[in-house]
Design a protein around this ligand. Structure first.
Ligand SMILES: Cc1cc2nc3c(=O)[nH]c(=O)nc-3n(C[C@H](O)[C@H](O)[C@H](O)COP(=O)(O)OP(=O)(O)OC[C@H]3O[C@@H](n4cnc5c(N)ncnc54)[C@H](O)[C@@H]3O)c2cc1C
Length: 510
């Protein structure tokens, strides 16, 4: 465990997916960088300290979770998993790397966010893919469960595609692009931090929980950190918040930056009234559908497992519901956890990618260890579009499952099951069983000065506070039609470039 320095030129709060990218890019050019990560730093790739579940790319990581859930928002608790360790959620995720569609980022630029169009970001996606050591499976690499859905997809009008990341392409099913090498999940600590770890100008401190940012005369000057049982202050030239969608807003709120009324209730002195902090929370609502499987499929998967490589996720489909006029708004994700015994072993997830519902993250109290209130308000849009899109997706999946080649392999639907074959019953089931796709975004959204609910500007600067940036999924104004791991890397790459541009300009004039 590293000692805590008293000051640094750049303090990156959160050594997660985006934060590590920013830290590495600044350190590479010799800037003085301190990474403060609330969870442990397990060291470089190959270190024995890395937990097996985080390294094993065949299934999702589970250990070192923040333990967040929906609390009392729904009839039962929905887990909102988030990794608390160096690497952040790049330690946990399914390794699927998707970019979305051209319309996603172009719509950000059209809203006035100069520099965030698809053409601006494409080189950063390409660089992120290279650094994260991403490769695309071939159809021959797919396990029998994955391959069966990929083969059957044209039955529902979804052509087989070579990959998912043509930003001008719409419907289709493809083998995934994944950041897996020799069975290892390549997280951003391996991909970005390892090359700079030997440098003297970067320090990485684990088990360092940032409570709040200190603001003096409108400028962020340091952070208050809990480390090894003590609360200490670290002075900073520039602070980059990269705590993720649930935690970047909570750090701001504890710092007095947020909606005045919420802060007043908690007796937090107001530093900057920003009503958008913690608002605009959205993720893509999700339904996991499961089938009974068949003896033939079970035997084929056992053979694949015995052969040594049988990951839970490998292929993905994208499709347009009747509500989408631009590109696509549904993902289908075959999921085959062969380690599970019994039910839900033979599954496909469906997700509505462009949700209209918006929720929020709020503080329960000022203790930085207190879990925040996270209410996604899934399927709460008054027009009922989110639930309708998800229901259409479930119906499309049922059409694929009914394909004569596929049907005998997948067996009977067991979840949500025949009692939801009627559309009204399906919709009622969806309202009763909200679920997430692990892609929360938007709680510190980027926007122009005339958007009162925006928190950062197009250079990722927190409105009204000098020396404070945010670089993570929380600044996305609207979620792309994508899973969010590679977009999170791109957030880091982009904010790092903005900072480096300013360093270059400052050096040129001084
Ligand atoms: C189980 C799971 C599966 C997923 N599967 C996929 C997938 O297959 N493909 C895909 O594209 N996306 C997937 N995702 C989503 C994707 O991984 C995330 O959207 C992305 O990694 C988030 O990046 P981030 O930088 O915004 O946040 P994070 O990666 O969560 O980073 C935030 C970091 O900040 C630290 N931190 C937070 N608060 C503090 C504080 N106060 N002080 C100090 N440190 C702090 C955290 O511990 C963490 O390390 C998945 C996510 C999960 C959880």
């Amino acid at each position: 465990m590293g000692a805590l320095p008293q000051e640094a030129e750049y303090v990156v709060v959160g050594g997660g997916t985006s934060g590590n990218v920013v830290a590495a890019r600044l350190a590479e050019v010799g800037l003085d960088v301190l990474v403060l990560e609330a969870g442990p730093d397990f060291g470089p790739e190959g270190s024995a300290a890395w937990p097996a579940d985080i390294v094993d790319a065949t299934r999702l990581g589970r250990s070192h979770d923040w333990g967040y859930d929906s609390g009392d928002s729904y009839p039962w608790r929905v887990g909102f998993e988030r990794a608390r360790a160096i690497g952040g959620c790049s330690d946990f995720n399914g390794c699927t790397q998707t970019w979305g569609h051209r319309r996603d980022y172009d719509s950000w630029a059209e809203a006035g966010l100069t520099g965030w169009s698809t053409e601006d970001l494409l080189p950063l996606f390409e660089e992120g893919m290279r650094r994260m050591r991403v490769h695309t499976y071939r159809a021959d690499d797919l396990t029998p469960w994955q391959r069966a859905w990929y083969e059957a997809a044209p039955a529902a009008g979804m052509p087989r595609l070579a990959d998912l990341n043509d930003v001008d392409e719409s419907a289709g099913f493809a083998p995934e692009a994944v950041n897996i090498v020799d069975g290892v999940r390549i997280n951003t600590a391996f991909a970005y931090l390892d090359p700079v770890r030997p440098l003297p100008n970067i320090r990485i401190v684990g088990d360092a929980l940032v409570d709040r940012v200190i603001v003096t005369n409108g400028r962020a000057t340091g952070v208050v950190v809990r480390h090894q049982g003590e609360t200490v202050t670290v002075r900073a030239g520039t602070i980059v918040l990269a705590g993720g969608t649930y935690n970047s807003p909570t750090v701001l709120l504890r710092s007095g930056i947020g909606p005045y009324a919420q802060l007043a209730v908690l007796d937090i002195p107001l530093v900057q009234h920003l009503p958008g902090v913690g608002e605009n929370l959205h993720d893509q609502p999700f339904l996991l559908m499961s089938w009974s499987g068949s003896e033939e499929m079970g035997a084929a998967m056992e053979r694949a497992r015995a052969a040594g490589w049988c990951p839970d996720e490998q292929a993905m489909g994208k499709a347009a519901s009747s509500f989408d006029t631009e590109a696509f708004d549904l993902h289908f994700l075959p999921y085959s956890p062969t380690h599970l015994i019994g039910r839900k072993r033979w599954s496909v997830g469906v997700s509505a990618l462009q949700p209209r519902s918006r929720g929020f993250v709020r503080l329960r109290g000022t203790d930085p260890e207190a879990k925040p209130v996270i209410d996604h308000r899934f399927l709460a849009d008054p027009e009922g579009v989110d639930v309708a899109v998800l229901a259409e997706g479930a119906t499309m999946l049922r059409e694929i499952a009914a394909d004569p080649e596929l049907a005998p392999l997948v067996g009977a639907e067991i979840h949500p099951g025949p009692e939801t074959f009627d559309r009204d019953a399906l919709v009622a089931h969806l309202y009763r069983n909200p679920d997430n796709y692990w892609h929360p975004v938007g709680t510190c959204k980027m926007g122009t000065g005339d958007d009162a609910m925006s928190v950062v500007d197009e250079r990722a600067r927190v409105h009204g506070i000098d020396g404070l940036r945010i670089a993570d999924c929380s600044i996305m104004p609207r979620i792309p039609r994508a899973t969010t791991a590679m977009p999170a890397v791109v957030m880091g790459e982009k904010v790092a470039r903005l900072l480096l541009e300013e360093v270059a300009a400052w050096r040129a004039t001084s």
